[in-house]
Each structure stands twice: as C-alpha cells, then as structure tokens.
Design a protein around this ligand. Structure first.
Ligand code: SF4
Length: 177
C-alpha cells in the first residue's frame, strides 16, 4: 500500500505559543497577590460606576469594554475571552490556555518538570495556577468546582457581567432590608 505523506510545518500546533508570551503570563502568576488586590479595587470601581453604565446602557458599553478587556488580558494572561473569567480562582493563570481547556485542575499528563504533555515547552497552566493561588488572599477558591464553560458567553466582557451581577445582588439585598 502506498504511504501518503502530508506536509506538516515544523514547530507548530493549533495552540502554539512563543516563549516570550509565556514569560508575561508567568510574570502575572508570580505577581498574583498584587494582581488580586488590583483586580478587587478595579472591580469595586466598576461597581461604583454601575449607575453610569446603566445610564449609558450595558449593551452600548459592551463593545468598548470588550475591546479594552481583550487587549489588556491578552497581554497579561494570554486570555481567550471565554467570558467567564476564573483568574481570581486560578492563581492568575488562565485555564483556557490548557490545551484540553480543563477548568478544574490538571490532567494526569503533567511532565516531571511541571510542563504540559501536549505542549512540552509550556509550563502546565494548573501547576502555575496552584503556585499563584498560594500567594493570594482568597487563593483557596482554587478548590471550588468551576462550572462548565458556557460557550454562548465567548467574546463577551467578564468585567461587565460580574459588575452587573454584583449590582443586581446589591439591589436585591437592599430590597430585603
Ligand atoms: S478565564 Fe476566560 S476571561 Fe479569564 S483570562 Fe482566561 S479566557 Fe480570559
């Protein structure tokens, strides 16, 4: 039987990342304590501005917010804009960078050097997540079970959705008083 050979570019895969990008991602994990504090301050500022977002309209603000969130988080975390950010519970290591998109811990294939079995050059995002979580104030939330990804939220702003959810919770709590 004739063996059919297909051209395969070297050093590539569907989720290939360059080392230079890992270095920023790894920096974010090393500074997870600071980034947790920064995000919490930022989130409470967004919540304080809820009346403004409501006035403009959450739908109208979504586009510009997505543009900003996407750019910042792409640089800092190699974010894929899943729309349900888990960084606060994963040591500032984005779980969507796992080639298997695992949201609740590593697979059984982590290499002895802590790298990924699919992308041998890439440190396992879950090994990184555990290390990052150990320096965070609420790092034990890494033990919480994450819901499956809702793909209908892909490409939307996590920042805005969390703000609107928290604002609704706050309004409901006030109504109960
Ligand atoms: S968990 Fe989702 S929103 Fe958060 S950095 Fe990763 S891909 Fe982006």
């Amino acid at each position: 039987m004739t063996k059919i050979t297909v051209y395969e570019p070297s050093g590539t895969s569907s989720i290939y990342r360059t080392r230079s990008r890992y270095s920023i991602r790894l920096w974010s994990v090393r500074h997870s304590h600071f980034l947790e504090w920064f995000y919490n301050s930022f989130a409470s500022t967004l919540l304080t501005l809820h009346p403004l977002w409501s006035l403009i309209g959450y739908k109208r603000i979504e586009g510009p917010m997505v543009a900003v969130e996407k750019r910042i988080k792409a640089v800092m975390f190699d974010c894929r804009m899943c729309g349900q950010c888990a960084l606060s519970s994963t040591g500032m290591s984005c779980p969507m960078n796992c080639p298997k998109s695992l949201r609740n811990g590593p697979c059984g294939g982590v290499r002895a050097n802590g790298h990924c079995e699919v992308e041998p050059d890439m440190p396992c995002v879950w090994v990184q997540a555990w290390q990052g979580s150990r320096t965070m104030k609420d790092g034990d939330t890494i033990l919480d079970v994450q819901k499956p990804v809702d793909h209908s939220l892909r490409g939307t702003s996590s920042w805005l959705r969390v703000t609107s959810e928290k604002a609704a919770e706050r309004t409901a709590a006030k109504a109960e008083q």
